[in-house]
Design a protein around this ligand. Sequence first.
Ligand code: ADE
Ligand code: ZN
Ligand code: ZN
Length: 290
Amino acid sequence: MFLRLPRLASVLCAGAFALAAPLAQAWGPEGHAIVADIAQQHLDARAAAQVQALLRLEGWSRLDDIASWADNIRKERPRTGGWHYVDIPLRADAYLPPRDCLLDNCVIAQISHFSQVLADRSAAPAARLEALKWVVHLVGDVHQPMHTVDNDDKGGNTVQLQFFGRGTNLHAVWDGGVLRQALNLMPGPNYTFDHAQVQADAMLLDASIRPADRAAWSAIGAPAQLSAQTVAWAMESHRLARDVAYAHLDGRNQAGWSARYQAVAWPVVRTRLQQGGVRLAAVLNELLGS
Ligand code: ADE
Ligand code: ZN
Ligand code: ZN
C-alpha cells in the first residue's frame, strides 16, 4: 500500500497535467530564451540602454527573463490566447486578414500594436515594459512554423504522435521537442529550464550565423514597414510548415521515423531561432535606437 500510493499519485498527477496542459505554449521557454539571448547580443547602445531601463522597472536584467511572460499569463488573460499565432489555412498561399486575423486577434496584428506602444516615448513606462514583453515573445512565435498554420487541427495540436518514444503532438514537437532532442535540454517543472545552458547554446547558434545571412535578416526597414515584414516572416513559417512539418509525417508509425523527422526538422528550427533573434534585435534597434 505504501509502495503503491506514490505511484498511483504520480499517475493521477500525470493525468491531471495532461488534461490541464494548455493547447499551445508557443516555442517552449528554451526557444523563446534563445531568440531573446541572440537579440540581446546585437542591441545597439541606445536600444540596450532603453531595454535595461524598462527591464529594471521590475528588477529584470536580461531579455530572456521576460521572454515567456506572455505564455505564463495566458490562463489569467484568456483573451490574449489568439495573439500567439495566426491560423493561415495549410493550403492557402497568402495571408488574408479578414479570414486569418479577424479583430486583430493574431500574432501579426499584435506585433504591430505592441511595437507602436514600445516606440512611444510618451507612453507609461509600465505599458512600454509590457509591450517589450509582447514584442520579444511574439517575434519568436511568428518564426515557429506551426504558429502560422491551421489544417483544422489547431496548428497541429490535435495531431497526436509518438516522438522518440513519448506521446506528444505535432505542434509540441515544433514548440520544443525537436530543440530539446537536438540540444539535450531537460525541462524542469513549471516551464523552468537551465538558463546557463540555454545561454551557452544560444551563443553557439549566434556565432554560427553567416555574415551575409545576418545582414539580410537585419535589413528590416523603417517601423512603417514592420507590418509588411511581419507578414513575410509569417509566410516563411507557413511555407516551412507545409513543406517540412506536414510534408514529412508519412510513416510516423514506423521504426526510425523520429530520427528521420528530427534530421529534417532541426535545421529548420535552428534557422528559425537564429532568424528570430537577429530580427528581434533589428526591430528593437529600429524602435528604440537612434
Ligand atoms: N490554436 C489554434 N491554432 C493554433 C496555432 N496555429 N498555434 C498555436 N495555437 C493554436
Ligand atoms: Zn506564445
Ligand atoms: Zn506553440
